[in-house]
Design a protein around this ligand. Structure first.
Ligand code: MG
Length: 304
């Protein structure tokens, strides 16, 4: 496979929001700068949500203010409504990601309104974002299953995707928010999405809750996605999704893609060093496997 996959690093948001403790702002900034130094050029750096519900992200504005902004990096802020969008723009995000949940029950639990209301809000947010030069993209969450409603039909997922795509987003993503998806499902959803949304860039977001994360990532690459989300060390989850565990680990994903001949533009040695830093900073091991096993073949730096 000679092609490129863009990796969107979500550790500073999806990863850290599920930590029992709150990482100090300065450490978050250090984390993000290390990831950029390793070659990541698109990062979900924080979310602009209710700090009472997600105290780990209460310092969103301070994180953005403390970053050494680069023109070649997309600093993505996750938003769930118009208020979050306003905060993200004011804080200096040059891309916003909105999440709309395919399951109405989950959308109500997560965002306090039904899916239809979130879609209406998204259409307005995207219109305003385009008008001020902030890149808008949108994720259809719980696309592979819902902790409250169970199976979500592919028809429903595609219907939501078509409605959010009306806003002409930079990209539409499909998220396995609770980590229940399997590769055949990935193939079906992404193939149908490509048919239903011709010319639209597609991205996928997987959690490794049931150990299917990398298999799903492979299926998504084969189905033609342009980008994949992952988190350094495989940290993460969702505070409102019971037993959701980490995202697919960025370094494991980069290892797999590089060995397949897919380029990512990421320096794996620097990424592994960031993973080591993360373990030290969190004071515990992380789920990623490459940090335990090491890369193969060894890098020239390690061999020398
Ligand atoms: Mg997630």
């Amino acid at each position: 496979m000679s092609r490129t996959i863009e990796i969107v690093e979500v550790g500073p948001r999806d990863g850290l929001q599920s930590e029992p403790g709150v990482m100090p702002t300065a450490a978050k900034i250090d984390f993000i700068e290390r990831l950029i130094d390793a070659g990541l050029r698109r990062l979900e750096v924080t979310s602009f949500v209710n700090p009472k519900k997600v105290p780990q992200m209460a310092d969103a504005e301070q994180v953005l203010a403390g970053l050494n902004k680069r023109h070649d990096v997309r600093y993505v802020g996750l938003v769930l409504n118009h208020k979050g969008f306003e905060r993200a723009v004011a804080a200096g995000c040059n891309e916003i990601g909105m999440a709309v949940v395919a399951s109405d029950t989950f959308n109500r639990r997560n965002q306090g309104v039904g899916t239809d209301e979130s879609i209406t809000a998204w259409l307005e947010i995207a219109r305003e974002a385009h008008a001020i030069g902030v890149r808008p993209q949108v994720t259809v969450s719980a696309a592979f299953g819902c902790p409250f409603e169970g199976e979500i039909s592919v028809d429903r997922v595609i219907e939501v995707a078509k409605r959010v795509a009306e806003a002409n987003p930079f990209e539409v993503a499909f998220a396995d928010t609770i980590g229940v998806g399997v590769p055949s499902q990935v193939t079906e959803i992404l193939t149908r999405a490509a048919e239903a949304l011709p010319g639209v860039r597609l991205r996928a977001h997987f959690h490794n809750t049931r150990n299917t994360g990398l298999a799903n990532a492979y299926a998504a690459v084969a189905a033609g996605v342009s980008a994949l989300d992952s988190s350094a060390g495989g940290i993460g989850g969702c505070p409102f999704a019971p037993a959701a565990t980490g995202n697919i680990p960025t370094e494991d994903l980069v290892y797999m893609l590089q060995r397949m001949g897919v380029s990512t533009g990421i320096d794996l040695d620097k990424l592994l060093a960031t993973g080591e830093w993360l373990q030290q900073t969190l004071g515990r091991g992380v789920p990623g496997m490459l940090l335990k096993a090491g890369r193969f073949p060894q890098s020239t730096a390690q061999a020398a």
